[in-house]
Design a binder for this molecule. Structure first.
Ligand SMILES: C[S@@+](CC[C@H](N)C(=O)[O-])C[C@H]1O[C@@H](n2cnc3c(N)ncnc32)[C@H](O)[C@@H]1O
Length: 304
Protein backbone atom coordinates (compact mmCIF):
# COMPACT_ATOMS: atom_id res chain seq x y z
CA UNK A 1 0.00 0.00 0.00
CA UNK A 2 1.06 3.61 -0.51
CA UNK A 3 1.00 6.70 1.72
CA UNK A 4 1.62 9.06 -1.14
CA UNK A 5 -0.78 11.95 -1.61
CA UNK A 6 -2.87 11.51 -4.75
CA UNK A 7 -2.36 14.13 -7.43
CA UNK A 8 -3.65 14.51 -11.02
CA UNK A 9 -2.40 11.68 -13.23
CA UNK A 10 -2.85 13.66 -16.46
CA UNK A 11 -1.79 16.94 -17.98
CA UNK A 12 -4.99 18.74 -18.88
CA UNK A 13 -5.77 22.08 -20.50
CA UNK A 14 -7.12 24.37 -17.82
CA UNK A 15 -5.64 22.29 -14.98
CA UNK A 16 -6.48 24.18 -11.82
CA UNK A 17 -3.37 23.69 -9.65
CA UNK A 18 -2.53 27.40 -10.01
CA UNK A 19 -5.91 28.55 -8.78
CA UNK A 20 -6.19 26.44 -5.66
CA UNK A 21 -5.20 29.17 -3.17
CA UNK A 22 -7.95 31.42 -4.50
CA UNK A 23 -10.47 28.60 -4.56
CA UNK A 24 -9.57 27.80 -0.96
CA UNK A 25 -10.37 31.37 0.08
CA UNK A 26 -13.74 31.16 -1.67
CA UNK A 27 -14.82 27.94 0.05
CA UNK A 28 -18.01 28.21 2.10
CA UNK A 29 -17.02 27.70 5.75
CA UNK A 30 -20.54 26.66 6.80
CA UNK A 31 -20.49 23.68 4.43
CA UNK A 32 -16.96 22.52 5.16
CA UNK A 33 -17.41 22.26 8.92
CA UNK A 34 -19.89 19.39 8.71
CA UNK A 35 -20.04 16.28 6.58
CA UNK A 36 -20.50 17.36 3.00
CA UNK A 37 -20.75 16.19 -0.61
CA UNK A 38 -18.43 17.64 -3.22
CA UNK A 39 -19.53 17.61 -6.87
CA UNK A 40 -17.22 18.48 -9.75
CA UNK A 41 -19.22 18.29 -13.03
CA UNK A 42 -16.29 19.17 -15.39
CA UNK A 43 -13.54 17.18 -13.70
CA UNK A 44 -10.77 17.05 -16.36
CA UNK A 45 -7.56 16.07 -14.56
CA UNK A 46 -9.17 16.74 -11.18
CA UNK A 47 -6.64 19.14 -9.63
CA UNK A 48 -9.29 20.55 -7.29
CA UNK A 49 -10.83 17.13 -6.65
CA UNK A 50 -7.55 15.65 -5.38
CA UNK A 51 -6.84 18.73 -3.31
CA UNK A 52 -10.29 18.44 -1.71
CA UNK A 53 -9.86 14.71 -1.06
CA UNK A 54 -6.46 15.28 0.55
CA UNK A 55 -7.48 18.24 2.69
CA UNK A 56 -11.01 17.56 3.89
CA UNK A 57 -11.35 14.27 5.76
CA UNK A 58 -14.99 15.13 6.53
CA UNK A 59 -15.77 15.14 2.83
CA UNK A 60 -18.39 12.42 2.94
CA UNK A 61 -18.76 11.71 -0.71
CA UNK A 62 -17.44 13.16 -3.95
CA UNK A 63 -19.09 12.95 -7.35
CA UNK A 64 -17.12 13.65 -10.51
CA UNK A 65 -18.31 13.90 -14.07
CA UNK A 66 -16.98 14.68 -17.51
CA UNK A 67 -18.41 14.35 -20.99
CA UNK A 68 -15.17 12.79 -22.27
CA UNK A 69 -15.78 9.02 -22.29
CA UNK A 70 -12.11 8.10 -22.71
CA UNK A 71 -11.16 10.24 -19.73
CA UNK A 72 -13.88 8.76 -17.52
CA UNK A 73 -12.98 5.26 -18.65
CA UNK A 74 -9.46 5.97 -17.41
CA UNK A 75 -10.71 7.15 -13.99
CA UNK A 76 -12.78 3.97 -13.71
CA UNK A 77 -9.82 1.79 -14.69
CA UNK A 78 -7.56 3.37 -12.09
CA UNK A 79 -10.21 2.79 -9.44
CA UNK A 80 -10.92 -0.84 -10.23
CA UNK A 81 -7.74 -2.24 -11.82
CA UNK A 82 -4.71 -0.16 -10.76
CA UNK A 83 -2.23 -3.04 -10.85
CA UNK A 84 -3.27 -4.27 -14.28
CA UNK A 85 -3.04 -0.70 -15.55
CA UNK A 86 0.44 -0.28 -14.04
CA UNK A 87 1.67 -3.47 -15.76
CA UNK A 88 0.57 -2.21 -19.17
CA UNK A 89 1.98 1.28 -18.56
CA UNK A 90 5.34 -0.18 -17.53
CA UNK A 91 5.57 -2.01 -20.84
CA UNK A 92 4.63 1.12 -22.80
CA UNK A 93 7.17 3.17 -20.86
CA UNK A 94 10.00 0.67 -21.32
CA UNK A 95 9.32 0.28 -25.03
CA UNK A 96 9.12 4.05 -25.59
CA UNK A 97 12.24 4.84 -23.55
CA UNK A 98 14.23 2.21 -25.43
CA UNK A 99 13.67 4.22 -28.61
CA UNK A 100 15.22 7.39 -27.11
CA UNK A 101 17.67 8.91 -29.57
CA UNK A 102 15.84 7.52 -32.58
CA UNK A 103 13.18 10.10 -33.42
CA UNK A 104 11.80 8.24 -36.43
CA UNK A 105 11.25 5.06 -34.42
CA UNK A 106 9.68 7.04 -31.55
CA UNK A 107 7.29 8.71 -33.98
CA UNK A 108 6.33 5.43 -35.59
CA UNK A 109 5.65 3.92 -32.16
CA UNK A 110 3.57 6.93 -31.05
CA UNK A 111 1.41 7.00 -34.20
CA UNK A 112 0.81 3.24 -34.04
CA UNK A 113 -0.41 3.56 -30.45
CA UNK A 114 -2.58 6.54 -31.42
CA UNK A 115 -4.17 4.50 -34.23
CA UNK A 116 -4.79 1.61 -31.86
CA UNK A 117 -6.38 3.95 -29.31
CA UNK A 118 -8.66 5.45 -31.98
CA UNK A 119 -10.02 2.03 -32.97
CA UNK A 120 -11.42 1.77 -29.42
CA UNK A 121 -11.45 -2.01 -29.66
CA UNK A 122 -9.13 -2.83 -26.73
CA UNK A 123 -10.19 -3.75 -23.18
CA UNK A 124 -11.15 -0.94 -20.79
CA UNK A 125 -7.77 -1.26 -19.08
CA UNK A 126 -5.75 -1.22 -22.32
CA UNK A 127 -7.71 1.82 -23.56
CA UNK A 128 -7.00 3.58 -20.25
CA UNK A 129 -3.29 2.81 -20.52
CA UNK A 130 -3.18 4.12 -24.10
CA UNK A 131 -4.98 7.26 -22.97
CA UNK A 132 -2.33 7.92 -20.31
CA UNK A 133 0.49 7.04 -22.74
CA UNK A 134 -0.81 9.52 -25.34
CA UNK A 135 -1.36 12.22 -22.71
CA UNK A 136 2.24 11.85 -21.51
CA UNK A 137 3.88 11.75 -24.92
CA UNK A 138 1.75 14.02 -27.13
CA UNK A 139 2.34 17.69 -27.88
CA UNK A 140 1.87 19.74 -24.68
CA UNK A 141 -0.45 17.11 -23.14
CA UNK A 142 -3.29 18.42 -25.28
CA UNK A 143 -6.51 16.50 -25.82
CA UNK A 144 -8.11 17.23 -29.17
CA UNK A 145 -10.33 15.07 -31.35
CA UNK A 146 -11.76 15.48 -34.84
CA UNK A 147 -15.43 15.20 -35.80
CA UNK A 148 -15.11 11.42 -35.80
CA UNK A 149 -13.88 11.54 -32.20
CA UNK A 150 -10.38 10.48 -33.29
CA UNK A 151 -7.57 11.81 -31.11
CA UNK A 152 -5.37 13.80 -33.48
CA UNK A 153 -2.64 15.52 -31.45
CA UNK A 154 0.87 15.03 -32.86
CA UNK A 155 3.78 13.62 -30.86
CA UNK A 156 5.48 15.93 -28.34
CA UNK A 157 9.23 16.30 -27.98
CA UNK A 158 9.77 14.96 -24.47
CA UNK A 159 12.88 12.96 -23.64
CA UNK A 160 12.04 9.92 -21.51
CA UNK A 161 8.68 11.22 -20.21
CA UNK A 162 7.20 9.53 -17.13
CA UNK A 163 4.44 7.33 -18.48
CA UNK A 164 4.01 5.06 -15.47
CA UNK A 165 3.94 6.82 -12.10
CA UNK A 166 3.17 3.70 -10.11
CA UNK A 167 3.06 5.31 -6.65
CA UNK A 168 0.64 7.97 -7.80
CA UNK A 169 -1.64 5.53 -9.61
CA UNK A 170 -1.94 3.51 -6.40
CA UNK A 171 -2.58 6.67 -4.36
CA UNK A 172 -5.21 7.86 -6.86
CA UNK A 173 -6.89 4.46 -6.86
CA UNK A 174 -7.17 4.58 -3.07
CA UNK A 175 -8.43 8.18 -3.05
CA UNK A 176 -11.09 7.43 -5.68
CA UNK A 177 -12.73 4.74 -3.54
CA UNK A 178 -15.19 7.27 -2.10
CA UNK A 179 -15.81 8.96 -5.43
CA UNK A 180 -18.79 8.34 -7.68
CA UNK A 181 -17.61 8.56 -11.30
CA UNK A 182 -20.12 9.69 -13.94
CA UNK A 183 -19.89 10.29 -17.67
CA UNK A 184 -22.25 12.69 -19.43
CA UNK A 185 -23.52 16.23 -19.57
CA UNK A 186 -22.94 18.24 -16.35
CA UNK A 187 -26.68 18.70 -15.71
CA UNK A 188 -26.96 15.03 -14.70
CA UNK A 189 -24.94 15.69 -11.53
CA UNK A 190 -27.89 17.47 -9.90
CA UNK A 191 -29.40 14.07 -9.08
CA UNK A 192 -26.45 13.45 -6.74
CA UNK A 193 -26.77 16.58 -4.60
CA UNK A 194 -27.90 16.35 -0.97
CA UNK A 195 -28.49 18.85 1.86
CA UNK A 196 -24.87 19.86 2.33
CA UNK A 197 -23.37 19.99 -1.15
CA UNK A 198 -20.72 22.13 -2.78
CA UNK A 199 -20.43 22.25 -6.58
CA UNK A 200 -17.24 23.40 -8.28
CA UNK A 201 -17.61 24.13 -12.01
CA UNK A 202 -14.60 24.46 -14.25
CA UNK A 203 -16.15 24.45 -17.74
CA UNK A 204 -14.21 24.85 -20.98
CA UNK A 205 -13.19 28.49 -20.89
CA UNK A 206 -14.52 31.06 -23.27
CA UNK A 207 -11.56 31.56 -25.63
CA UNK A 208 -9.72 34.87 -25.33
CA UNK A 209 -8.88 34.86 -29.03
CA UNK A 210 -9.85 32.96 -32.18
CA UNK A 211 -6.59 31.05 -32.16
CA UNK A 212 -6.59 29.91 -28.53
CA UNK A 213 -8.22 26.51 -28.60
CA UNK A 214 -8.54 25.72 -24.92
CA UNK A 215 -12.09 24.58 -25.38
CA UNK A 216 -11.60 21.80 -27.91
CA UNK A 217 -11.70 18.93 -25.41
CA UNK A 218 -14.57 17.13 -27.03
CA UNK A 219 -16.03 16.89 -30.49
CA UNK A 220 -18.80 19.35 -29.58
CA UNK A 221 -17.73 22.90 -29.02
CA UNK A 222 -18.58 24.72 -25.77
CA UNK A 223 -19.77 27.99 -27.33
CA UNK A 224 -21.52 31.07 -25.92
CA UNK A 225 -24.89 29.30 -25.99
CA UNK A 226 -23.36 26.60 -23.80
CA UNK A 227 -21.99 29.24 -21.39
CA UNK A 228 -25.53 30.63 -21.12
CA UNK A 229 -27.02 27.17 -20.51
CA UNK A 230 -24.49 26.71 -17.70
CA UNK A 231 -25.47 30.04 -16.12
CA UNK A 232 -29.12 28.91 -16.23
CA UNK A 233 -28.15 25.70 -14.46
CA UNK A 234 -26.27 27.71 -11.80
CA UNK A 235 -29.38 29.83 -11.30
CA UNK A 236 -31.41 26.67 -10.83
CA UNK A 237 -28.96 25.36 -8.21
CA UNK A 238 -29.13 28.70 -6.42
CA UNK A 239 -32.91 28.57 -6.32
CA UNK A 240 -32.72 25.04 -4.95
CA UNK A 241 -30.39 26.24 -2.15
CA UNK A 242 -27.09 24.67 -3.27
CA UNK A 243 -23.73 26.43 -3.04
CA UNK A 244 -21.46 26.65 -6.07
CA UNK A 245 -18.16 28.11 -7.21
CA UNK A 246 -17.34 28.49 -10.90
CA UNK A 247 -14.18 29.53 -12.75
CA UNK A 248 -13.87 30.97 -16.25
CA UNK A 249 -11.64 33.18 -18.34
CA UNK A 250 -11.71 36.93 -17.85
CA UNK A 251 -12.62 38.14 -21.32
CA UNK A 252 -12.54 41.72 -20.00
CA UNK A 253 -8.74 41.44 -19.67
CA UNK A 254 -8.53 41.22 -23.47
CA UNK A 255 -11.25 43.74 -24.25
CA UNK A 256 -12.41 46.02 -21.44
CA UNK A 257 -15.79 46.50 -23.11
CA UNK A 258 -16.52 42.79 -23.12
CA UNK A 259 -19.07 42.32 -20.34
CA UNK A 260 -20.12 38.79 -21.30
CA UNK A 261 -19.58 37.19 -17.88
CA UNK A 262 -20.25 40.35 -15.85
CA UNK A 263 -23.71 40.48 -17.45
CA UNK A 264 -24.31 36.74 -17.33
CA UNK A 265 -23.51 36.42 -13.62
CA UNK A 266 -24.63 39.87 -12.45
CA UNK A 267 -26.78 38.29 -9.71
CA UNK A 268 -23.75 36.63 -8.11
CA UNK A 269 -20.33 37.44 -6.67
CA UNK A 270 -17.58 37.84 -9.25
CA UNK A 271 -13.91 38.00 -8.23
CA UNK A 272 -10.93 38.53 -10.54
CA UNK A 273 -7.87 36.49 -9.57
CA UNK A 274 -4.39 36.05 -11.05
CA UNK A 275 -3.85 32.89 -13.03
CA UNK A 276 -1.14 31.45 -15.16
CA UNK A 277 -1.99 29.10 -17.99
CA UNK A 278 0.38 26.23 -18.54
CA UNK A 279 -0.99 24.97 -21.87
CA UNK A 280 -0.28 27.42 -24.62
CA UNK A 281 1.73 26.64 -27.71
CA UNK A 282 3.05 30.19 -27.81
CA UNK A 283 5.30 30.88 -24.77
CA UNK A 284 4.76 34.63 -25.21
CA UNK A 285 1.10 34.17 -24.36
CA UNK A 286 1.85 32.32 -21.13
CA UNK A 287 2.04 35.54 -19.10
CA UNK A 288 -0.04 36.64 -16.11
CA UNK A 289 -3.75 36.66 -16.84
CA UNK A 290 -6.82 37.19 -14.73
CA UNK A 291 -9.46 34.55 -14.31
CA UNK A 292 -12.93 34.75 -12.85
CA UNK A 293 -14.09 33.02 -9.70
CA UNK A 294 -17.83 33.33 -9.39
CA UNK A 295 -19.96 32.10 -6.52
CA UNK A 296 -23.52 32.30 -5.27
CA UNK A 297 -22.39 32.75 -1.67
CA UNK A 298 -22.49 36.14 -0.05
CA UNK A 299 -19.07 37.76 0.43
CA UNK A 300 -19.70 37.92 4.23
CA UNK A 301 -19.94 34.14 4.30
CA UNK A 302 -16.73 33.64 2.32
CA UNK A 303 -14.64 35.74 4.67
CA UNK A 304 -16.47 34.91 7.90
C1 LIG B 1 -11.42 23.33 -18.18
S1 LIG B 1 -11.59 21.58 -18.33
C2 LIG B 1 -11.56 21.13 -16.63
C3 LIG B 1 -10.15 21.16 -16.09
C4 LIG B 1 -10.04 20.64 -14.66
N1 LIG B 1 -10.54 21.58 -13.70
C5 LIG B 1 -8.61 20.29 -14.32
O1 LIG B 1 -8.07 20.69 -13.26
O2 LIG B 1 -7.98 19.59 -15.13
C6 LIG B 1 -13.24 21.36 -18.86
C7 LIG B 1 -13.74 19.91 -18.96
O3 LIG B 1 -15.14 19.95 -19.28
C8 LIG B 1 -15.47 18.81 -20.06
N2 LIG B 1 -16.77 19.08 -20.73
C9 LIG B 1 -17.03 19.78 -21.87
N3 LIG B 1 -18.36 19.88 -22.09
C10 LIG B 1 -18.99 19.22 -21.08
C11 LIG B 1 -20.35 18.99 -20.71
N4 LIG B 1 -21.37 19.44 -21.47
N5 LIG B 1 -20.62 18.28 -19.59
C12 LIG B 1 -19.61 17.81 -18.81
N6 LIG B 1 -18.28 18.00 -19.10
C13 LIG B 1 -17.97 18.70 -20.20
C14 LIG B 1 -14.26 18.64 -20.96
O4 LIG B 1 -14.16 17.30 -21.42
C15 LIG B 1 -13.09 19.05 -20.03
O5 LIG B 1 -12.50 17.93 -19.41
Amino acid sequence: MTNRIAKPFLKWAGGKTQLINDIEKALPRNILTGKFTYIEPFVGSGAVLFWMLNNFPNLNRAVINDINEDLINTYKTITSKPNELISILEILQNEFHELEGNDEAKKEYYYKKRELFNKRKMTQCEQGALFIFLNRTCFNGLYRVNRKNEFNVPMGSYKRPTICDKENILAVSKALKKVEILCGDYEGTLNWADNNTLFYFDPPYKPLSDTSSFNSYAKDEFNDQEQIRLRDFCHKLDTLGYTWILSNSDVKGKDENDNFFDDLYSDFNIQRVDARRSINANPEKRGALKELLITNQSIERIYA
